[in-house]
Ligand binder design. Structure first.
Ligand code: ZN
Length: 301
């Protein structure tokens, strides 16, 4: 075993031990007890398997869409490099420094931060990955609408291009509010002007005002466009050409889309002067918001 692998598995084991005290049954929110291969709910008798250092609170669903299947294939093939190559370089969207933004408000090594819908990418070794699919970066396999965490147990919950894919983002935000400590944070990057992209589903878009309504009851700490007008034109061009050249064939469309991304991606870097500017939120492919859960004042009712 190489020292690198030992270090990685040690960090994974430490992460699991660190979150055990704040996990709870997603069905009844009862306390969990642990064996080496399962977590058990003392209250409702449910058992949640532990395999390869991750806890399965739900069964992993089947993948359902061509582009999603192609992306899923590359995610498994490239593992942690999928994000480095696929998202940071080849994707047609300006690379927003998400980790830098998170660290502006939080220290994941000292605070408990959950990355909702993390996929195959671990933003930070100390962050807890939660997803419905069991990618390498996932510690907790769960439904984002029924989080397996104790109430007021987390310092922050973050998500990157995830809330458009859940059936009811309000329910997920309500879960964030339940799980966040008073004064805890909720940070989300959500598309506004963006073509349909299934992963595995795509349901929602939010304007900057819509985000504030979604995070109703949270104090808005920060909000800005995470990609700009160059990205917007590039993603629309790629989607337009993929539709035009694929003649309604979904698999072909997914392949043409990936090919065009590979050819045209360098254009996205021209977005540099237009990103993180409030005036461009009205023309933003994606918007980043940081909300703070109000701290409790006076005696709890
Ligand atoms: Zn239970």
């Amino acid at each position: 075993m190489t020292p690198t692998l030992t270090a990685a598995s040690d960090i994974a084991a430490a992460r699991l031990e660190r979150i055990k005290p704040i996990l709870a049954c997603p069905t009844c929110r009862g306390d969990l007890t642990y064996a080496t291969d399962a977590a058990m709910c003392a209250a409702c008798d449910l058992q949640f398997p532990i395999r390869n250092g991750r806890i399965y609170f739900v069964d992993v669903p089947e993948r359902s869409d061509e582009l999603d299947r192609v992306k899923g294939f590359f995610k498994r093939l490239l593992g942690r490099y999928y994000h480095a190559i696929g998202i940071n370089i080849v994707a047609p969207v300006y690379p927003f420094g998400y980790l830098r933004r998170v660290r502006r408000h939080l220290d994941p090594a000292r605070q408990i931060v959950v990355d909702l819908g993390c996929g195959s990418h671990r933003i930070d070794d100390h962050m807890i990955g939660a997803d419905i699919f069991d990618y390498d970066a996932v510690d907790v396999v769960c439904d984002l609408a029924a989080l397996p965490f104790r109430s007021s147990g987390l310092d922050a919950l973050v998500s990157v291009s995830v809330l458009e894919h859940v059936r009811d983002p309000k329910v997920v935000i309500a879960e964030c509010k339940r799980c966040a400590k008073p004064g805890g944070l909720s940070m989300h990057l959500i598309p506004f002007l963006y073509p349909f992209h299934a992963s595995p589903f795509d349901f929602h878009r939010y304007t900057h005002k819509g985000q504030e309504v979604l995070l109703d009851g949270w104090e808005t700490v920060e909000q800005s466009n995470a990609a700009g007008p160059v990205t917007l034109m590039l993603i629309c061009l790629i989607e337009f050409l993929s539709i035009l050249l694929s003649f309604g064939h979904q698999k072909l469309k997914a392949l043409i889309n990936l090919m065009l991304c590979g050819l045209l991606f360098p254009i996205k870097f021209l977005d540099f002067p237009f990103v993180d500017r409030k005036s461009f939120m009205t023309l933003a492919p994606t918007i980043f918001i940081v909300g703070r859960k109000p701290a409790v004042r006076g005696p709890t009712p």
